[in-house]
Design a protein around this ligand. Structure first.
Ligand SMILES: NC(=O)c1ccc[n+]([C@@H]2O[C@H](COP(=O)([O-])OP(=O)(O)OC[C@H]3O[C@@H](n4cnc5c(N)ncnc54)[C@H](O)[C@@H]3O)[C@@H](O)[C@H]2O)c1
Ligand SMILES: CC(C)(O)[C@@H](O)C(=O)O
Ligand SMILES: [Mg+2]
Ligand SMILES: [Mg+2]
Length: 331
């Protein structure tokens, strides 16, 4: 069993008073900058240009700086830019401007594990990888909790990298539920696997295909939306709170029997083999290379798929129903 660190086993003292630069003000950047500031730490937001992120950071009370300037006297650099952007910003604005020995901190191991960024031998390099989306990192923190995270140390020059990783984890609220120690390799490979096979890829395709099956056989799309998309939150809430066995006990015996038998038929050995293939492509770097090429070619696949989802029947139906459902949901 991996070691789980809690709030009492971490101290903000290891990073208190240090100049922390949060690079990027997007999903994670905004949540981290706000949580770290609320935890009493000294946070500067670093950005490449004056766009939407800059305006939002100013609205939140920060005085953003250009990255090449912000990193000059920073003690801790937190990379919260998109993964495929980090290398170019590192080469263009950070590498030659950062203070020697400044810490390099990541929320995902992609750039270090696949050797896109080669950190100087003088820096501590560590990671705090929240196991949830950025808006939840902020929302849970504000409610007194936090999103759990994985922490890992890639380079420990000071001898204190783990303590500093724990301190930043505490600052964003992650030690409240607990953080687990891992390696950059394990975090990178499992995170990519999770988002591709289930969290983002698998679940969306299951929803889209089950919705389309019902609609193509003449069922009302609103009924299909409730059944194959909307109710997922309540089932996942049950799993979150009570585990898979708790969820099975909360549904009818009919759902238990049908779910157990037909579920295994739908997600069968062939699906499992394709999951293993996806994992192999992550492990051997094929996925990372493909993704970088997609980015360099202008992210055509990402854009066309987003467009397809935006214009899909389930999104049109969902938009109308969500407006009603959210009004009637507990706050
Ligand atoms: N999204 C999540 O919830 C989540 C969860 C866990 C870990 N992570 C990790 O956190 C890191 C940040 O991911 P994110 O989803 O928060 O990023 P994001 O896409 O939300 O980042 C957007 C920020 O990056 C800036 N940016 C975008 N393109 C840029 C460019 N070409 N040059 C300079 N700046 C640019 C934007 O101005 C904005 O401030 C990644 O390593 C990611 O894997 C993300
Ligand atoms: C939120 C996720 C999917 O867990 C994260 O890994 C990401 O890359 O956004
Ligand atoms: Mg990820
Ligand atoms: Mg993830």
């Amino acid at each position: 069993m991996g070691k789980i660190y809690n709030d009492e086993e971490s101290s903000l003292d290891f990073v208190k008073g240090k100049k922390i630069v949060v690079l990027g003000y997007g999903n994670q950047g905004r949540a981290w900058a706000l949580n770290l500031r609320d935890s009493g730490l000294n946070v500067i937001v670093g950005l490449e240009r004056k766009g939407n992120s800059w305006i939002l950071a100013e609205k939140d009370g920060f005085e953003p700086k250009y990255i090449n300037d912000a990193v000059k006297d920073a003690d801790i650099l937190i990379f919260l830019l998109p993964d495929m952007v980090q290398r170019e910003v590192w080469e263009k604005s950070i590498m030659k401007n950062m203070k020697e020995g400044a810490d390099m901190v990541f929320a995902h191991g992609f750039n270090i594990h696949y050797k896109l960024i080669l950190p100087p031998k003088t820096s501590d390099v560590y990671m705090i990888a929240p196991k949830g989306p950025g808006n939840k990192v902020r929302e849970y923190f504000e409610k007194g909790g936090g999103v759990p995270a994985l922490i890992a140390v890639h380079q420990d020059i000071s001898g204190n990298a783990l303590n500093k990783a724990l301190a930043i984890a505490k600052g964003i609220g992650a030690t409240r539920p607990g953080v687990i120690e891992t390696t950059f390799k394990e975090e990178t490979e499992t995170d990519l696997f999770g988002e591709q096979v289930i969290l983002v890829g698998g679940i969306s395709e299951l929803m889209k295909n089950s919705f389309a099956t019902l609609v193509s056989k003449g069922y009302q799309p609103e009924v299909a939306y409730f059944e194959t998309i909307n109710e997922m939150k309540m089932i996942v809430d049950l799993i979150y709170e009570k585990g898979l066995s708790g969820m099975l006990r909360a549904v009818s015996d009919t759902a238990k029997y049908g779910g157990i038998t037909v579920g295994k038929d739908i997600i069968d050995e062939e699906v499992r083999k394709r999951m293993e293939k996806a994992l192999t492509r992550i492990q051997n770097g094929e996925f990372a290379n493909e993704w970088i090429e997609e980015y360099q070619r202008g992210m055509k696949t990402v854009k066309s798929n987003l467009n397809e989802v935006d214009n899909s029947l389930e999104e049109k139906i969902g938009k109308r129903l969500r407006d009603l459902i959210l009004k009637g949901s507990p706050k």
